[in-house]
Design a protein around this ligand. Structure first.
Ligand code: PEP
Length: 249
């Protein structure tokens, strides 16, 4: 059985004051029946880890460097994330692919280092609107998966997030059939590459404008094991609506 996961990505949002949202979540879910992960900006990671101590909520990073350490001004290593209390790291988010030109091989190198450091890696894949309209979605996702996911992946250290770029922060969501088609495709690819056991144990998240009002429908789609949530993870009340829907799914 794959344990469901509600993961929040705060992106470049949040200062000390925002930790009250996390404290509220920690009070509401001392023992959730699903995994709950919040990925705040790196500046808050240590304090965020303290805020959720003693609960089942964990915290994670939004990126890490492919090297273990060294002369990389401004970057953060996987070991530093672990040291700050992170359980997980998001890699290959489309905003990093777009803003920083990250290629599949960069994501794969980061994922290897993160897995070696003991982090769970959430590897993001997703098509642009242009690619969807040209009926290239599955080719794009397949290419991103082969290029970004390392060979050492297991159901423990790998989570794949399907995030159509055109759905992120836009309020637009693919149809449930479209979400199901891509999730079934990702599952089949994982089983083919890693064998049925591992392929079936990797959790698959949907991400892109998930809100309390659409979460239950999305969580009913086959092979959707949870969500990666941006905007709606910033407020404890909104994120709680999503966690509650996942607990009922
Ligand atoms: C994201 O950036 O990972 C995301 C899914 O954002 P939003 O939920 O705001 O669309």
């Amino acid at each position: 059985m794959r344990r469901k996961l509600a993961a929040g990505n705060w992106k470049m949002n949040g200062t000390s004051a925002t930790l009250t949202e996390l404290q509220a979540l920690a009070r509401s879910y001392p023992a959730a029946t699903v995994d709950v992960l919040i990925c705040p900006p790196a500046t808050l990671l240590h304090r965020a880890a303290d805020a959720v101590k003693g609960t089942e909520i964990t915290v994670g990073g939004q990126n890490c460097h492919a090297a273990e350490s060294g002369a990389h001004t401004g970057d953060i290593s996987a070991e530093m994330l672990v040291d700050a209390g992170a359980s997980s790291v998001i890699l290959g988010h489309s905003e990093r692919r777009e803003d920083h030109g990250e290629q599949n091989e960069d994501v794969r190198a980061k994922a290897r280092t993160a897995m070696d450091a003991g982090l769970k890696t959430i590897i993001c894949v997703g098509e642009s609107l242009e690619q969807r309209e040209a009926a290239n979605t599955l080719d794009i996702i397949g290419g991103q998966m082969s290029g970004s996911i390392p060979d050492q992946s297991t159901g423990e250290n790998l989570i794949v997030a399907y995030e159509p770029i055109w759905a992120i922060g836009t309020g637009k969501v693919p149809t449930l059939n479209e979400i199901g088609e891509v999730h079934d495709f990702i599952r089949a690819r994982l089983e083919r590459r890693f064998g049925e056991g591992v392929g079936r144990s990797v959790r698959l998240l949907y991400g892109g404008s998930v809100k309390p009002s659409n979460a239950a429908d999305i969580f009913a789609v086959s092979n959707v094991d949870g969500a990666l949530v941006g905007g709606a993870s910033l407020k404890a009340q909104d994120f709680s609506g999503i966690i509650d829907a996942l607990q009922k799914a």
